[in-house]
Design a protein around this ligand. Structure first.
Ligand SMILES: C[S@@+](CC[C@H](N)C(=O)[O-])C[C@H]1O[C@@H](n2cnc3c(N)ncnc32)[C@H](O)[C@@H]1O
Length: 248
C-alpha cells in the first residue's frame, strides 16, 4: 500500500532520557486515533475545512516540508502537500505511514513528491533536522498540544520551539484549550482571528465557562503573530479550541 517514493529511517541518537518511544498504540495518536478520525469524519468536517483553508492560504517558498506529528494526514489537504517535492515526516505512531499512504499516496505519486519517514520523538530530532535541511519549511500538525501526553518536560520544550525556528518559515495548529461539554453547548461557536493570545479571560468572554484544560501551548507562537482560533468538536461531548498561526 505504500507508494514507491516512501523511505523510512530511524531516529539519530541524541542524549535525552525522557524521549517518547515509537509504537502504534499511544495516548496521543496511533490506531485509536485513526479509528476516531474515520468514525467521526462528519463531525470533524467543519474543523477539517478550517484547517484546509488555513493551509491553502499559506504560500511558503521552498520545495521541502518537514511535517511534525502528521499521523495519516486526515486533516491535511493533498493539494497543499503536493506543492512540495519532498516531505520529511516525523511520527511516533508506527502505523501512520500506512494510513498516510492510503489517504495521500496516489496524489503524491502523481506530483512526484517523495516521502521520508522518521519514526521518532520530534523533540529529540527537530534540532538535527533543522541543521540538515536549512531551507525546509516546517509544519506542526496538531501535535504540540499533545506533547504533555508523551513527555514530562513538555512545558519547557514548548517554550523553546519558536527560538529553534528563528529565521525559518513555519506554521503550527495545536490544541490550546479543551473541555468536556454537552453537544448543545457552544454549538454555534465560530472561528476567529486575533493578535491577542487566548487565555482564561478570553474564554470567559467567549462564554466558555466550566473547567477547561490548558494544553500548555500559550508560548508556541511568538508575540505579535496573528492567531486563528478554530472550534473543534472532537467527539460529541468534548470541545477544543485549536490555535493556528504562520510565522514567516
Ligand atoms: C492529533 S494527531 C495529529 C493528527 C493529524 N494532524 C491528522 O491530520 O491526522 C497527533 C499526532 O502526533 C504524534 N505525536 C505526539 N507526540 C509526538 C512527538 N513527541 N513526536 C512525534 N510525533 C508525536 C502522535 O503519534 C499523533 O499521530
Amino acid at each position: 500500500m505504500e507508494p514507491a517514493n516512501d523511505r523510512h529511517a530511524s531516529a539519530p541518537e541524541a542524549p535525552n532520557a525522557s524521549r517518547a518511544m515509537p509504537g502504534a498504540l499511544r495516548r496521543s495518536g496511533g490506531l485509536r486515533w485513526h479509528g476516531r478520525a474515520l468514525r467521526r469524519w462528519r463531525l470533524h468536517e467543519p474543523f477539517r475545512r478550517s484547517i484546509h483553508a488555513f493551509l491553502q492560504a499559506w504560500q511558503p517558498d521552498g520545495s521541502d516540508l518537514i511535517l511534525l506529528g502528521p499521523s495519516a494526514g486526515w486533516f491535511l489537504p493533498s493539494a497543499f502537500l503536493r506543492r512540495f517535492s519532498r516531505l520529511i515526516l516525523v511520527e511516533l505512531d508506527t502505523s501512520a505511514p500506512f494510513f498516510f499512504s492510503l489517504r495521500h499516496g496516489r496524489a503524491l505519486q502523481q506530483s512526484g513528491t517523495t516521502l521520508e519517514w522518521l519514526q521518532a520523538d520530534l523533540v529529540t530530532v527537530l534540532p538535527y533536522l533543522l541543521a540538515a535541511h536549512r531551507s525546509a519549511t516546517v509544519l506542526f500538525c496538531n501535535v504540540l498540544g499533545q506533547l504533555g501526553l508523551e513527555r514530562g518536560d513538555y512545558e519547557s520544550r514548548l517554550a523553546e520551539i519558536s527560538g529553534l525556528l528563528e529565521g525559518r518559515s513555519w506554521a503550527s495548529f495545536h490544541d490550546r484549550f479543551s473541555a468536556r461539554l454537552p453537544i448543545d453547548r457552544l454549538a454555534n461557536a465560530n472561528a476567529f482571528s486575533t493578535a491577542t493570545p487566548m487565555d482564561a479571560a478570553m474564554l470567559q468572554r467567549l462564554g466558555c465557562s466550566g473547567e477547561w484544560t490548558d494544553h500548555g501551548t500559550g508560548t508556541v507562537l511568538p508575540p505579535g503573530i496573528l492567531r486563528h482560533y478554530f472550534p473543534w468538536r472532537i467527539v460529541p461531548d468534548r470541545f477544543h479550541w485549536v490555535e493556528a498561526g504562520i510565522v514567516q
